[in-house]
Design a protein. Sequence first.
Length: 211
Amino acid sequence: MGIRDNKLVRSNQRVKGKTAGDDQPTVEEQLSRLEEDIRRLKIEFDVYFNGASKRPPYDTKNRVETIIKRMLDDRTLTYAQRFHFNSLASRYNAFRDLWRRTMQGREEGRDPVAVVRASHKNSELASFDPSTFVCADAHKDVGTIKELYDSLLEAKRRCGEPTNGFSFPQFHRLIASKADTLKEKLGCERVRFSVNVEEGHVSFKAKGEED
């Protein structure tokens, strides 16, 4: 192959984002791998705590922590990549604390079934993402109110709170009335609703918001 052909090959490889012999994964591939490994690790710990595995999944755990340590020192991450990484690292740290407490409970002789149930619940609560919704006319903005309803329903489910009789039409009427009252009382144009989980319970708030 001539010199000109060699240059062409190297140029094509740079366009694809890798040079010859460079088989290192990209940042996006590393983030995807980390997210998948955290998901797999949670499943493996659940299997272990339920008695279906004889030993904790330390191999997977060590792999996850190795990736986190490596990416923590990577100064080439963009803002979006760093945000994604921090979210994954926070999720892992929450799970790790739950696993540690569950292991401690087993060693102290507490009911393993109760410990596993508590671990499952705490894992779900730790992974709940707070939501906010803003609407100017709660009577007409059905789409936003439906998203608010779905978020609140999911929060209730994760906290084990009852949802019987919690229908969307009833919820829509309640929210529209609440929004009208706030707008009249505060003289605001819009209302901001937020859904979160705090100390194992659903937190649902509404406040006026001016333009």
